[in-house]
Design a protein around this ligand. Structure first.
Ligand code: GLN
Length: 311
């Protein structure tokens, strides 16, 4: 371990990349045609520090959709727009133990947390329209502040999410029925589907993760993406709920706040230090990138990422 950490960062990352590039387990998401047609091979690893160093290896500039990695950032914007008490009243913070798309609520009638679809759709419904009156556009803009560049929606993925999103639509209407959403559920669903369909690169995701690590300050642009005081709330739910049904396994093995998406991205945050992103589209049974999980396990060992660092 000590040997690898004395290597220059990029040399070290290149070695990790080489180690796991032969890993071909898992399969690309196939619930919509554009994801099913994705090339399974691209593989990128990117680390960005809070002082703005960027280390990128492999396919760090290949585009893919952010999918559920949008959830912590949607939650952050909902918190910024509505304040903690209102958001807490409407969305819980307990791990669910159910699949990310489960149609369920907690005993108080709220979505269990903002990292599953129900909580993310409720959070999407709390995002303000701002000047344009369009909350989806405002959320896309906000994701761009986190990433340090203007991001765009992949319209083909968005159309497919809209067309096939019956389960999410069911969740939206359930939320409306219990009062977790006001107004037309389609409005929140539009925001949610658009957020999932935003096109990013591994490098973008690492900058977004580094912005969380820097308590909301983008290390490349200096722009503030979210008020400092809200970052703890976001990182806490990522810690307990960010990796779908493998959140417990992740916490034991890796031990840092994280979020994955079915597009093949995974982000991890070392508060005060750095953000990491891995991109590789083949997913395991719970929906996490196989190489992504493998790389983070390796980095956690070599770089001692785990928050309980007992040596
Ligand atoms: N668009 C997907 C859905 O809502 C995103 C899920 C994900 O990345 N887990 O089902």
């Amino acid at each position: 371990d000590q040997v690898t950490t004395t290597l220059p960062v990029e040399t070290y990352l290149r070695r990790v990349h080489r180690t796991f590039s032969g890993l071909k387990d898992g399969a690309v998401a196939d619930y919509i045609p554009p994801l099913a047609a994705a090339d399974p091979e691209p593989f990128g690893i990117c680390v960005v520090t809070v002082d703005g160093q960027v280390y990128a290896v492999g396919d760090s500039d290949a585009p893919f959709t952010i999918q559920s990695i949008s959830k912590p950032f949607t939650y952050a914007l909902a918190l910024a727009d509505r304040g903690l008490p209102e958001v807490r009243r409407r969305i819980g913070v307990e791990p669910s133990g159910d699949a990310f798309n489960s149609i369920s609520l907690d005993s108080a009638g709220r979505p269990r947390n903002p990292m599953i679809n129900a909580g993310a759709i409720a959070a999407a419904g709390l995002v303000d329209g701002g000047e344009s009156g369009d909350p989806a556009e405002r959320l896309v803009e906000s994701l761009g502040v986190w990433a340090g560049r203007r991001l765009e929606v992949d319209e083909e993925v968005f159309a497919a999410e809209q067309e096939t999103g019956h389960r999410n639509r069911a969740i939206g209407h359930m939320l409306r029925a219990v009062g977790s959403l006001d107004g037309d559920p389609e409005r929140a669903l539009d925001v949610y589907f658009r957020a999932c369909s935003v096109e990013v690169t591994c490098r973008d995701l690492a900058v977004m993760a580094a912005t969380l690590a820097g308590r909301g300050l983008n290390p490349l642009t200096g722009a503030r993406a979210v008020p400092d005081a809200l970052v703890t709330q976001v990182l806490s739910v990522m810690t307990t709920c960010g990796m779908y049904d493998a959140a417990g396994e992740w916490l034991v093995n890796v031990g840092i706040p994280a979020k994955s998406g079915v597009g093949g991205g995974v982000i991890g945050v070392m508060p005060g230090q750095l953000g990491v992103a891995v991109f590789s589209p083949r997913l395991d049974a719970v929906g996490n990138s196989v190489r992504g999980v493998a790389v983070f396990n390796q980095l956690a060992r070599d770089l001692r990422l785990h928050f309980v660092n007992t040596g």
